[in-house]
Design a protein around this ligand. Structure first.
Ligand code: NIG
Ligand code: FE
Length: 411
């Protein structure tokens, strides 16, 4: 199988040498090849260049991309797309004035989703989730991190992992699974949080490790959820099982989770709506990627991650959807790229870098995804006709995607 895309108006994120991360002022750089082609064989990018050098290349499928932009597919490094049902009733409660915390305290929130998921069969859960993923792929996402965390019992968390495994096997998208058993304290453990942590560390993590699915471990490090000590205890056991941390920190309160993540060599620290200078200092000279989730800020009406402060301090930044039923029921990365520009004051170049190469880094796959580089996976977006790539974030809530190539297959 071979595909040749010709006459590309702007080919973005072209890199001769493997690009795995962009930091600080480097994020301003987005390499663009005008009037270009890309040649794909099977699932791999074989060649690219200027149209004048395309002569003689033949392919089974030729796509004329006159007037269109081609770029690497979005890498969504933070999602919770395996969930059951929805939380539309809480949505209306919030419109009527209740806060996210008030809803959670009344037994709604994550516990509400956990109840629904526990009562949903594995097949049904798979069908609901793969449908969501298929929609994301059509919107240009080619790689997706998926977390557990709506099980909250050993059996239901393992059920989630098995569903994620099946999705990973069946989908053309690249999936990286994360174990987020410490997402909330289950009703049965309301005043016995330490017992739930023991269940996670002594029973669930070893059983999850036997399934050999999860790559990463996550904790919701937040007031009323898991504090610094709890988080550290879970990360320590996770590391014994080779689960690298990717953690929820600083969504509502600053507990010191950023520095803790860095200390434990977290691949990413996510949310960061609240940030202080100590957090920024902790991230400097680390291998930990900060991840902003503007869709969550938009939906909950909470502050946006201070992206400028992070990038201007020389740090890298990735952006992701946080797609979940409670705080961000959208997996549209095009919207996230727009919101990064409009609300986080990132330039289009920074936002596109944050959603491609840095997103890939935040899921541990930037050796094979996130840029147009010979030998990398053929996951590409072909846009509708447009004058300049800045139109992708500019025309917010429009769908810029016309076609996608995922794992070398044209959809
Ligand atoms: O990333 N903050 C914790 N977890 C999710 C929300 C979960 C939910 O409300 O269902 C998040 O925002
Ligand atoms: Fe999340």
């Amino acid at each position: 199988m071979s595909i040749l895309i010709t006459n590309i108006k702007q080919l973005l994120q072209v890199h001769k040498h493997n690009l795995t991360v962009l930091k600080g002022s480097e994020m301003q750089r987005l390499t663009v090849k005008e009037n270009a082609y890309v040649y794909i064989e099977h699932d791999t990018i074989i060649e690219y260049g200027k149209m004048e050098n395309c002569e003689g290349i033949e392919a089974e499928t030729v796509i004329d991309a006159t007037g269109k932009i081609v770029l690497p597919s979005w890498c969504d490094s933070h999602t919770h797309i395996v969930y059951a049902g929805d939380r539309t009733s809480e949505f209306v409660d919030r419109i009527n004035g209740l806060s996210y915390a008030e809803i959670a305290n009344n037994g709604g929130g994550i516990l509400n989703s956990a109840k629904l998921l526990q009562d949903t069969s594995e097949d049904d859960l798979y069908n609901q989730s793969i449908k969501r993923l298929d929609e994301l792929i059509k919107m240009g996402t080619g790689a997706v991190e998926i977390k557990t965390g709506y099980g909250l019992t050993v059996e239901a968390e393992l059920k989630m992992l098995r569903v994620i495994k099946r999705i990973k096997r069946e989908s053309l998208a690249l999936i990286t699974p994360t174990l987020l058993a410490a997402h909330a304290i289950p009703e049965e453990y309301r005043n016995k949080k330490q017992e739930y942590i023991k269940l996670i560390t002594e029973e669930l993590i070893p059983k999850a490790a036997k399934l050999n699915i999860a790559n990463y471990i996550d904790v919701f490090c937040e007031e009323s959820y898991f504090d610094i000590k709890d988080t550290e205890a879970i990360l320590k056991v996770g590391s014994k099982y080779n689960l690298r941390p990717k953690i929820h920190v600083n969504q509502f309160n600053i507990l010191g989770g950023v520095a803790l993540g860095v200390k434990h060599n977290a691949l990413s620290v996510d949310h960061l709506e609240e940030m202080n200078d100590k957090d920024i200092k902790a991230l400097k000279n680390s291998n930990t990627m900060p991840v902003a989730l503007p869709g969550c800020s938009y939906f909950l009406g909470i502050p946006y991650t201070p992206a400028r402060k992070l990038i201007d301090a020389g740090l890298p930044l990735a952006i992701a959807t946080d797609y979940n039923p409670g705080s961000a029921p959208s997996g549209n990365m095009n919207f996230v790229v727009s919101a990064a520009c409009i609300k986080l004051k990132m330039t289009p170049e920074e936002a596109i870098n944050a959603a491609t190469v840095n997103g890939a880094y935040a899921m541990g796959i930037s050796n094979m995804y996130g840029s147009i580089t010979r030998g990398k996976k053929a996951n590409l977006i072909i846009t509708k006709p447009m004058n300049h790539y800045s139109e992708i974030p500019y025309a917010f809530a429009h769908n810029p995607v016309e076609q996608v190539i995922i794992n070398g297959q044209l959809l």
